[in-house]
Design a protein around this ligand. Sequence first.
Ligand code: HEM
Length: 129
Amino acid sequence: MKKDIETREELEEFLRAFYKKAFADELIGHFFTKVVPLDLKTHIPVIASFWESVVFNTHGYRKNVMEVHKHIHHLSKIKKEHLDRWVKIFTETLDEEFEGYHTELMKQRARSIATLMDIKLNHEGIAKA
Ligand code: HEM
């Protein structure tokens, strides 16, 4: 039976599975391998702190996620199709191993942050005009 994400170790386990697929994906893999080559050994603890703050209300993550992705967007455009794929892989990877309240919360947050990212990166110019 599947269980919910309850610990930092489970978060990291999920994130390793997620990035393995994201790196290999033909639509978004290049962001992680070419645009900003990621060293997962250092990246997973940072991103786990972000998700820990979302799921368990901890305060270990202090950076502005939108600013990080604005920077990536300037190097190589993050379009809606990329964000949709990111959310699809994230959701499918979670569903493979986990279920429950925290799992649903993570899927919801991933979707809403990705929607906000699309607005900030691809539509803000229009909104301001
Ligand atoms: C197509 C969509 C996305 C791409 C291509 C992408 C790519 C990346 C890359 C390349 C980094 C590393 C940046 C660096 O070290 O300089 C990063 C960091 C990060 N991403 Fe994304 N990302 C995407 C969507 C998202 C979404 C939707 C979320 C949250 C729900 C998210 C959360 C994070 C976090 C928390 C970090 C760590 C930032 C830090 O270093 O503090 N990403 N992303």
